[in-house]
Design a protein around this ligand. Structure first.
Ligand code: GRF
Length: 200
C-alpha cells in the first residue's frame, strides 16, 4: 500500500477528506505522516485523532529555503513517503525538494487554474466577476500553482456570494476531487504529455 505524506499549515479539512476517503475504502493508501510548519495548525489534531504521526517543522528554524526543503524531504523519506500531498501548506517548495519526489507532489488549489493562482483564489474570482469558479488538483512544480493539472471541478458564482459562501462551495469540491486525484495518481497508467496529464 502506498504511503502518503500530507503537508499542512492550518485547518486541515483536505487532510480530513483524505483520511475519510481511506477509512471509507475510496483511497487505497496510508498517511505515514502529517507535517506542519506551524505548531498551532488545527489539522495536527485531526491527524492525531486518526492515529497518524505528526511532525512540526517550523520554517523559521532553518536558515534558508533550501535547508528547510532538505529537512522536509528527509522527514518524509525516512517515513517511506512515496507521494507528497500539500493540503493548505503555505510554503513554496524549491527545485531541490521537487527533484526528491519527481511527479510525486500534489496540491489542491481553490480556483480553476491557471486563473487566480496564489493566495485568496476565491476572493480573486469574486473580485474579477467570473461566473464559474472551482477547484484544481495539480502536480507541484517550482512555479507557483502552475504544474500539470490532474482534476478540476467547477461551481457557479452566485450573485449573493461572499468570499465565505463561495469558499464553502469550492471547498466541498476540493474534498471530493483531492482524494480522487490521489487515487488516480496511485493507480498509475497516466502520462504527462507536455502540460497535459493523460490517464490510461
Ligand atoms: C484550501 O482552500 C486549499 O485549496 C488551499 O488552502 C486551503 C486549505 O484548507 N490550498 P484546509 O487546511 O485543507 O482546510
Amino acid at each position: 500500500m502506498s504511503s502518503l505524506g500530507v503537508l499542512i499549515s492550518g485547518r486541515g479539512s483536505n487532510l480530513q477528506a483524505i483520511i475519510d476517503a481511506i477509512a471509507g475504502g475510496r483511497l487505497n493508501a496510508r498517511v505515514a505522516v502529517v507535517i506542519s510548519n506551524r505548531a498551532d495548525a488545527a489539522g495536527l489534531e485531526r491527524a492525531r485523532a486518526a492515529g497518524i504521526e505528526t511532525v512540526v517543522l517550523p520554517h523559521k528554524a532553518y536558515p534558508d529555503r533550501a535547508a528547510y526543503d532538505r529537512a522536509l524531504a528527509t522527514a518524509l523519506k525516512s517515513r517511506g513517503v512515496e507521494l507528497v500531498c500539500l493540503a493548505g501548506f503555505m510554503r513554496l517548495l524549491g527545485e531541490g525538494f521537487i527533484a526528491e519526489f519527481p511527479n510525486a507532489v500534489l496540491n489542491v488549489h481553490p480556483s480553476l487554474l491557471p486563473a487566480f493562482p496564489g493566495v485568496d483564489g476565491q476572493r480573486q474570482a469574486l473580485e474579477h466577476g467570473v461566473k464559474i469558479a472551482g477547484a484544481t488538483v495539480h502536480f507541484v512544480t517550482a512555479d507557483l500553482d502552475a504544474g500539470p493539472i490532474l482534476l478540476q471541478a467547477a461551481v457557479p458564482v452566485l450573485d449573493g456570494d461572499t468570499e465565505e459562501t463561495l469558499s464553502t462551495r469550492i471547498l466541498a469540491e476540493e474534498h471530493r476531487i483531492y482524494p480522487e486525484a490521489i487515487a488516480r495518481v496511485l493507480a498509475g497508467g497516466w502520462q504527462i504529455q507536455g502540460r497535459r496529464v493523460v490517464f490510461a
